[in-house]
Design a protein around this ligand. Sequence first.
Ligand code: NAG
Ligand code: NAG
Ligand code: NAG
Ligand code: NAG
Length: 432
Amino acid sequence: MKFVLFALLIVMTFAEKRSQTTSFFSKAILDFVFPKDPGLIKVRKMNQAERMNTAKVLDFIGLVERHHYPAEEHSVTTEDGYNLIIHRIPRSPLSDNQKKKEIIFLLHGILASSESWVLYGPNKDLAFLLADQGYDVWVGNMRGNNYCRSHTNMTIYDPKFWQYSFHEVGTKDLPAMFDYIFNYTKQKDLYYIGHSMGCTSILTLLSSKPEYNTKIKMAILLAPAAFWMNVSPSFNDFINILPFVKEVLREREIYDFFPQSLATVTTARTLCNDKAVTQVICIAILFLIVGSDPPQLNITTLPDILSYVPAGSSVQAFEHYYQNVLAKDFRHYDFGIAENYRRYKQKTPPSYDVKKISAPINIFYSENDMIVTEKNILELDKRLPNVVTKKVPYKLFNHVDFLWAIEVKTLLYDNVLELLQKFDFKQNKSKH
Ligand SMILES: *[C@@H]1O[C@H](CO)[C@@H](O)[C@H](O)[C@H]1NC(C)=O
Ligand SMILES: *[C@@H]1O[C@H](CO)[C@@H](O)[C@H](O)[C@H]1NC(C)=O
Ligand SMILES: *[C@@H]1O[C@H](CO)[C@@H](O)[C@H](O)[C@H]1NC(C)=O
Ligand SMILES: *[C@@H]1O[C@H](CO)[C@@H](O)[C@H](O)[C@H]1NC(C)=O
């Protein structure tokens, strides 16, 4: 859906170069896909009839409480002024609530939010499974997504608000959220689980501020984007339009990339539902980008899922990845020679020194992930000093199956839970 519009946008913009008459349409489409105001109403409760109301979506707490699990919302401000929301599932109706709980912190990928961990419900989503196991589950949000569009000194209409990528998320958002959680729970370390950019961010933090390594008991990285030794042809086509898209958006002063909005929710619900003839297009475009896995995609859930993803990010976040793809490296943002000298004291941006990452890392990746390919994972695996890397035992597993696959519990999450249990057990043994 969003990508259909996106493709349309590109076609329109190309057409615009030839004829002035189409510019009206391209402007209309741009305003629709990148609205100045999301135009959505987030609610805690919704009845069946209201689910068809395209202006309404549940918030995190609503998504969790509809399954009779408790949920909380916390806020914290980063050292550079971004107001972030952290969500929490403090316990489960199924777990023993007496014992001291260990913290697990989850962080979503690009264009997602805390909500992407709780869209399906208990017995399926990792956040609920972890709560059932007795963990204290905290779910982070990155600056710029639908929960974090606020700053002490800036509005979202300020281009500076959007000058960030995984680097700022890793070195500013994560420390603010971790420190808040440690202070609140009086604990001093946590388990970390990230997906995609949620992994890039923690790798950035642990290599830039190594003192955080002791605060991470173990990090589980699902499809971690870091090194870019090779990219799949379809992903290559997709990212190669980025400089062009950036230019089009910059001309129109759009820095806010695919926010969760009335436009995305309406398109998801009308174009991607089971009765729509356009549903096949939604699926085709999705598979083109993330890898094709028809058996594991529950297409009936598409209108729901795509109402919450995309949830917004910055153009610069994509651009930073794009630079790394060109450089075939995992390195700092390239500001241009003058600014690079000022910031890094060298002409080109330095690489992240992942050798400094001493916290135990466990990687899960998959063969059919068109974004984070096997070669890139093996490069990361080779360079990390304390890592165990496993491939998901299913050939078609793609980049979003880490959250959406019909059998994600048996293919992946059961292994994650087992890994955590074994780690707990080992730690307890070495303590006593
Ligand atoms: C916000 O603005 C005030 C006054 O200009 C300044 O002192 C402060 O450092 C700014 N805070 C951030 C986080 O940029
Ligand atoms: C730590 O938590 C207490 C309440 O639990 C709060 O009063 C205090 O401001 C917090 N400190 C920081 C630095 O967040
Ligand atoms: C797909 O999703 C629908 C709606 O949530 C659900 O009723 C159905 O059981 C799901 N199918 C599978 C195979 O999980
Ligand atoms: C390890 O100890 C913690 C408390 O320190 C406890 O919550 C946890 O259940 C123990 N894990 C195992 C596997 O014994």
